[in-house]
Design a protein around this ligand. Structure first.
Ligand SMILES: *Cc1c(COP(=O)(O)O)cnc(C)c1O
Length: 408
């Protein structure tokens, strides 16, 4: 099966982890801060707090921004559930803003309208924007609204490490308070499990660092008394969200290859974009080609096509196509909070049509040709159609060579 995504683990990665295993410090030591510094150097953020998952990073980010009971967090329905759950962990209420049908990202127009219609006392304290598939949201417009309406912005960049926005690496936090990345194995780099919260603000970084480790401090300046060298004080209610040295060593080693992988992801995306022209599909925006991190390659099938049938048949042919995402507000848990199908129509339409095609740095040209050929063949044959299709233009030079680019 050609998977939809897959990690790359090299001998260097393995050696880096083994070196930590042979050292004295395997949980907290010198490699965690080294990984944090490397992430800051890559993105341009001033501070980095690595943790044991992207979800933990979202939770700490929301807490550091002061989110609590009586507050609102808004996000997009087309994301992984963690983008919304982080608000609920803090005791806040969560609401959603519908998506832009071109990019799948939060719609700035819908956000502006919702802000205009919302009474002052119910305006959001935090808005979590998600760079879906690795393609940045319109951060300049979002920052303008944040200033006008006084909310904080978290960028959920779990898909987007390596991507760029206006020439700057995503994660620079130029247009937001905090950016969060995940290092789960399908994401742009991996530490098996892991995540980071990046920020330009020292106060937010310090708060997240405190909460990452139980809310415990050993800093005499923060303690009301000091009984001796063994002494510490718990000054806030925190968690154990620490990343281990083993994971950080893997992260440092992986990050060194991110740009090379990003180059390969962009090449694969360009190939898809070129070879799938003229099919009954809505492809990602051309503007994404050079800037997106290309964590995922999502296409929308023409509404006359049977998405489930297409996905099942791709899987039968050994192609691990997937769907990202089920709208969060339609999950049973969220339904019990009062959300209903129909609440966010663009998100629901997106879900009914979208399919994720395989894309990862180790994918060979040959594997991509297999995917393209299978899809083109299926989309040209009637059983996948629930209704007759409008005329499909044929692209003349399809198939065979998908252009330059590395092998596996
Ligand atoms: C993966 C992901 C998360 C959660 O990250 P974990 O490291 O798995 O906790 C959050 N948001 C988005 C958009 C993701 O893709």
């Amino acid at each position: 099966m050609i998977p939809y995504g897959q990690q790359q683990i090299s001998e260097e990665d393995i050696a880096a982890v083994v070196a930590v295993l042979r050292s004295d410090l395997i949980t907290q030591g010198p490699v965690v801060p080294r990984f944090e510094q490397a992430l800051c150097d890559y993105t341009g953020a001033a501070h980095g707090v690595v943790v044991n998952s992207g979800t933990a990073a979202l939770h700490l980010a929301a807490l550091a921004l002061g989110l609590g009971s009586g507050d609102w967090l808004w996000t997009t329905p087309i994301s992984f559930v963690a983008s919304a759950n982080c608000g609920l962990y803090c005791g806040a209420q969560v609401d959603f803003v519908d998506i832009d049908p071109e990019s799948g990202n939060i719609s700035v127009t819908a956000l502006r309208q919702k802000l205009e219609m919302t009474p002052v006392e119910s305006l959001p304290k935090v808005v979590v924007v998600v760079h879906l598939c690795g393609y940045s949201c319109d951060m300049v417009s979002i920052q303008e609204l944040a200033e006008q309406y006084g909310f904080a912005v978290i960028e959920d960049g779990c898909h987007a490490l390596g991507g760029r926005y206006r020439q700057q690496p995503i994660g620079s936090c130029r247009y937001s308070d905090i950016t969060v990345f995940s290092f789960h194995p399908v994401k742009p780099i991996t530490t098996a499990e892991g995540g980071v919260a990046l920020t330009q603000r020292k106060d937010l970084a310090e708060q997240m660092r405190l909460l990452r480790s139980h809310g415990i401090t050993r800093d005499p300046a923060q303690m009301s008394q000091n009984d001796g060298p063994w002494y510490y004080q718990q000054v806030a209610l925190g968690f154990n969200y620490r990343m281990s040295e083993l994971q950080a060593a893997l992260g440092v080693s992986q990050l060194a290859r991110l740009d090379e992988w990003w180059e390969r992801r962009r090449q694969l995306a360009r190939n898809y974009q070129q070879e799938l022209q003229g099919m009954p599909l809505q492809l990602p925006p051309e503007a994404a080609l050079e800037s997106s991190a290309w964590h995922l390659y999502g296409v929308r099938l023409h509404p006359a096509l049977d998405r489930k049938q297409v996905l099942l048949e791709l899987r039968q042919r050994g192609i691990g196509a997937h769907v990202h995402y089920i709208p969060i507000h339609t999950q049973p848990w969220y339904r019990r909070q009062g959300f209903e199908p129909g609440d966010f129509p663009q998100a629901e339409k997106y879900y009914s049509e979208v399919i994720t095609l395989p894309l990862y740095p180790g994918m060979s040209d040959q594997q991509q040709v297999e995917v393209i050929d299978a899809l083109v063949e299926m989309l040209s044959s009637p059983p996948h159609h629930t209704q007759p299709l409008p005329e499909i233009e044929q692209t003349p030079e399809r198939g065979g060579n998908v252009g330059p680019g590395g092998g596996s």
